[in-house]
Write a protein that binds this ligand. Structure first.
Ligand code: HEM
Length: 206
């Protein structure tokens, strides 16, 4: 079962990409294909980023260590969909007009925060290899905690985009915030004590 876990993550993360290819081949990219591609790749990147952030707290709560490889894989897929999202913006929306792209980044706050989140995700994807882990030594872990800053920036990006109905971005923001809280040492200690007490109660019952 555990043997199939990594291939299953690869397959599941590739599904949105192949669905987009299928939509393209079947002429089903809607009346506004650029917007459809931007929204789909952006939403997929956000969902995978949220799932990637969920792995460590879920492992802590359930003790299921086999989930560990999913964190990096989901993070890499999130960064890949974010790259597609940015490429659609640069290539299809702005036709590689770098002057206009630069103006959009510095004049539209939602683009600026999206771009900052994208830069952080890309840096983390690049430094996720064993070689970079060895090179950065003790700095690697603190650097990769920036994932929470990118999650916050993506939530802001989404909130600024939707303007009126901010319920959906708030749902993602809250989920990611809860996962972040579960990593705070004081909260972790309280949960560990609670788990230990539960375990000893169960052992006493047996
Ligand atoms: C350079 C970076 C980025 C740019 C220029 C950018 C641009 C855009 C644009 C133009 C839209 C709106 C499309 C529309 O309403 O027509 C959008 C939506 C969105 N973007 Fe980004 N984005 C960037 C980075 C990111 C990143 C890193 C993520 C997630 C990891 C992300 C997630 C989203 C989401 C969730 C939406 C809304 C999807 C929906 O409403 O269903 N974006 N982005």
């Amino acid at each position: 079962m555990i043997r199939f876990f990594k291939p299953a993550v690869h397959i599941l993360c590739s599904v949105p990409f192949f669905l987009l290819i299928s939509d393209w081949l079947n002429d089903a990219l809607t009346a506004n294909p650029i917007q459809y591609l931007t929204l789909t790749t952006g939403k997929t990147a956000l969902i995978l980023l949220t799932l990637s952030i969920s792995v460590t707290p879920i492992m802590f709560l359930t003790g299921k260590r086999f989930l560990n490889p999913a964190r990096k894989l989901l993070g890499l897929y999130a960064a890949s969909y974010a790259t597609l999202h940015f490429s659609v913006f640069v290539g299809l929306d702005y036709f590689f007009d770098w002057e206009l792209i630069k103006d959009a980044i510095f004049e539209k706050p939602y683009v600026l925060v999206g771009f900052s989140a994208f830069t952080i995700l890309s840096l983390m994807a690049i430094t996720s290899t064993k070689g970079w882990k060895r090179r950065l030594k003790k700095k690697w872990k603190p650097l990769h905690r920036f994932v929470y800053l990118s999650a916050f920036l993506v939530t802001l990006h989404y909130i600024w985009l939707v303007k009126s109905d901010i319920r959906e971005p708030l749902v993602y923001g809250t989920i990611m915030g809860i996962f972040l809280l579960l990593r705070i040492p004081v909260i972790k200690n309280v949960i560990t004590k609670f788990k230990n007490r539960n375990n000893s109660a169960q052992t006493a019952e047996v």
